[in-house]
Design a binder for this molecule. Structure first.
Ligand code: NAD
Ligand code: UDP
Length: 312
């Protein structure tokens, strides 16, 4: 049997890049999505590929498919989208994980979970290593996502211990690039779209909080290396260890777009992590992986994408 990869959330930002890369490697792809935040535009170029199939389905419902590997990415990733219907976000994370783990067990597939740096919450340890257990508010507005992803990790490891399931868990840090949606709400797409439209750049709080931004091509390479590895199951951090304040990001976007937009400040959302940077020692040692795309370089590509999309 040829390799058939199920990519849940395959019509989303990261998922569509992953589908594309898997097809380029000569593998078959079943892309499953409910189109909550994903779009057909993201996968339009793949639709005519003979190795590509699309299934409209919600991971909170069981499904049976003959597949060899499962990449479980289905879940809105932007705070505004995952907070839109927080109960649904918990269901997507928990019931989605259960359904995909059940499927993997039944068909003996290897299964990778797209976990997140949000499992570290507002981290008291910096930079974050995989051994850190995190600092998560269990009842806050981000909890549906953070705790949902933590339970999903628990389920993955229980299936591994109880059923010897072949699992992989990636903890993904802030990733950006072409195909983020215009109304995604995350900081890179917000700032780029605002700069191109000449609208105010909305910095939340003073902009002193930090993030570390990974270009999507680097991230996808890390996900595939982890899936291919017979040595490491994770959890393993995937992200770019170069750390920037949000204010620095705003200034860089303004410079690279040549925009004259003004920076305005809006209130900091509740439980917004103060700083975040991955320790990627494990990924370097076990996967031979580290990011190759610098922030400025990745921003130039992202800006070009949004310029074309917006006709600016
Ligand atoms: P995205 O919102 O662009 O993609 C998520 C995809 O999942 C969308 O296509 C959406 O329609 C689909 N989806 C949502 N709920 C679903 C459901 N119940 N059933 C089927 N499909 C569903 O987000 P993204 O940035 O591409 O994130 C992909 C994955 O990576 C997510 O699991 C996210 O938690 C994880 N992740 C992303 C980042 C990041 O910075 N981009 C960081 C950490 C983790
Ligand atoms: N942010 C901001 N302006 C925006 C969107 C986000 O200043 O228009 C800030 C946000 O408060 C956070 C950081 O940028 O400190 C990253 O936010 P994002 O929603 O991209 O991801 P996350 O908080 O999940 O890392």
């Amino acid at each position: 049997m040829s390799r058939v990869n199920l990519v849940t959330g395959g019509a989303g930002f990261i998922g569509s890049h992953l589908c594309e890369r898997l097809l380029q490697r000569g593998e078959e792809v079943l892309c499953l999505d409910n189109f909550f935040t994903g779009s057909k535009r993201n996968i339009q170029a793949l639709m005519s590929h003979p190795g590509f199939e699309l299934i409209r389905h919600d991971v909170t419902q069981p499904i049976f498919l003959e597949v060899h590997r499962i990449y479980n990415l289905a879940c809105p990733a932007s705070p505004i989208h995952y907070q839109f219907n927080p109960i649904k976000t918990v269901k997507t994370n928990v019931m989605g994980a259960l359904n995909m783990l059940g499927l993997a067990r039944r068909v003996k597939a290897r299964i990778l979970q797209a976990s997140t740096s949000e499992v570290y919450g507002d981290p008291a340890v910096h930079p974050q290593k995989e051994s850190y257990w995190g600092n998560v508010n269990p009842i806050g507005v981000r909890s549906c996502y953070d705790e949902g992803k933590r339970v999903a990790e628990t389920l993955f490891f229980d299936y591994y211990r109880q059923h010897r399931l072949d699992i992989r868990v990636a903890r993904i840090f802030n990733t950006y690039g072409p195909r983020m949606s215009v109304n995604d709400g995350r900081v890179v797409s917000n700032f780029v779209v605002q700069a191109l439209e000449g609208a105010p750049i909305t910095v939340y709080g003073e902009g002193e909080q930090t993030r570390s931004f990974c270009y999507v091509d680097d991230l996808v390479e890390g996900l595939i290396r982890l899936m291919d590895s017979d040595e490491v199951i994770g959890p393993i951090n995937l992200g770019n260890p170069e750390e920037f304040t949000i204010r620095e990001l705003a200034d860089t976007v303004l410079e690279l777009t040549g925009s004259t937009s003004q920076v305005i400040h809006k209130p900091l959302p509740p439980d917004d992590p103060v700083k975040r940077r991955p320790d990627i020692t494990l990924a370097r040692e076990k996967l031979g992986w580290s990011p190759t795309v610098k922030l400025r370089e990745g921003l130039v590509k992202t800006i070009a994408y949004f310029r074309e999309l917006l006709g600016k």
